[in-house]
Structure formats: structure tokens, C-alpha cells
Write a protein that binds this ligand. Sequence first.
Ligand SMILES: C[S@@+](CC[C@H](N)C(=O)[O-])C[C@H]1O[C@@H](n2cnc3c(N)ncnc32)[C@H](O)[C@@H]1O
Length: 205
Amino acid sequence: MTNAKREHWDEVYLTKAADSVSWYQPTPEPSLKALDALQLPAAASLIDVGGGASSLVDRLIDRGWSDLTVLDIAAPALDVAKARLGDNAMRVTWTVADVTIWRPGRYYDVWHDRAVFHFLTEPEQRLAYCHALEAGTAAGSVVIIATFAPDGPERCSGLPVQRYDAAALAAGFSPAFTLERDWREEHRTPGGSRQSFQWCIFRKR
Ligand SMILES: C[S@@+](CC[C@H](N)C(=O)[O-])C[C@H]1O[C@@H](n2cnc3c(N)ncnc32)[C@H](O)[C@@H]1O
């Protein structure tokens, strides 16, 4: 299962330009706004789970963040980000792993996931993700998560997705994670279509 998933995502990043995929954002505005609202110091640690080739880490390096990790199942995705960052790539910890198998060896102040959790359509996959989430966060850690909203697309990158509103997402996580904020976003794809996203911020008790 993991091999098939990895091959799918490897193929995506090896055959498509990073700025042509539907989830591409020139600037990760919603994530930056969420971090601004949380008023986190640049000393905070952040993991971008399924970060792919996102420029979130670029922008956080610009802001002086120094404890950054990007995890993705697809090594070619991380290669795109590393090449773009040049020497700054050394400032980031890069991890190639399937989040549903990976076991974090530490805590992160911020767990960020844009458009990854929604690919977990089986309950056991979501349970495995939640095990990693539990192990990688401590009391006070925040989770910034975005999935397709109930009126969002039914598939992404040719794969089925599970769509969520804030209540459904909250119900998917353990009660240790308190929902602090939620909002919707209309993402404009490079092809010009619109996709409804549900964003949530949780804090671990
Ligand atoms: C829709 S893309 C979003 C990428 C990035 N978060 C962004 O906003 O640009 C989904 C990403 O999740 C990664 N991914 C999918 N399943 C994964 C898994 N089980 N573990 C880790 N990464 C995964 C893919 O390789 C891909 O980079």
C-alpha cells in the first residue's frame, strides 16, 4: 500500500512542474496568516507534514524560523524544495516518510498539514496518522490543518479524498486537541478553478 502511494506521489513530482499542480500556491497565505494570528516566536519548531514542494519553509526561513522540518512520502517533492532553497536547504530537516508509518522522535510546537490528512480515506489510516500526531506534539502544541471542505472536490491528484467541515475534523482527533479557530478558504488553482478548503487550528491540552 505504502509503495503504491509513494510511487503515485513520486510520479506526480517527477512529471509535473511544481507550479502547475492544483494545490500550488505562489505564497502560502492562509498558513502564514494562521501563524501570525498565533503570534508564535521564530524560535518555535514546526513540521510541515506532507509539505511537498510548498514554499512555507522558504517564507519561515525569511522570518527567522530556525527549527523547521518538512516530511513527505515523495523524495522528488523535497528535491524540488531543496533545489529552490539552495544553501538555505541546510536550515531544514528533510524527512522522507509515510506519515501513517512514521514515528516522530521529538515534539513540535506546530504541526502543519495542508491537504494531506484528507487523503486518508480508511479509518485505520486516520488512526495511524493520529498516533503520529499524538507522539509528535506536546501540551500547548498547535495543529494547523487544511482539508477539502464538504463542497470541495471529491478527488485530488486522481485520488479520492475525505471532505470535512470543522466539526467533522474535530471529531476525527482525540479530545486532547481543542478546536480554537476554523475558517474556509477558496483556493484558486493554477488552472483557474476554485476549491473550497476547511482550515482548523487545534491546541493540545
Ligand atoms: C496535495 S499535496 C499538498 C502539498 C503541500 N502540503 C502544499 O500545500 O503544497 C499532498 C502532499 O502530501 C504528500 N503525501 C501524501 N500522502 C502522504 C503520506 N501518507 N505521508 C506523507 N506525505 C504524504 C504528497 O506527496 C504531497 O506532497
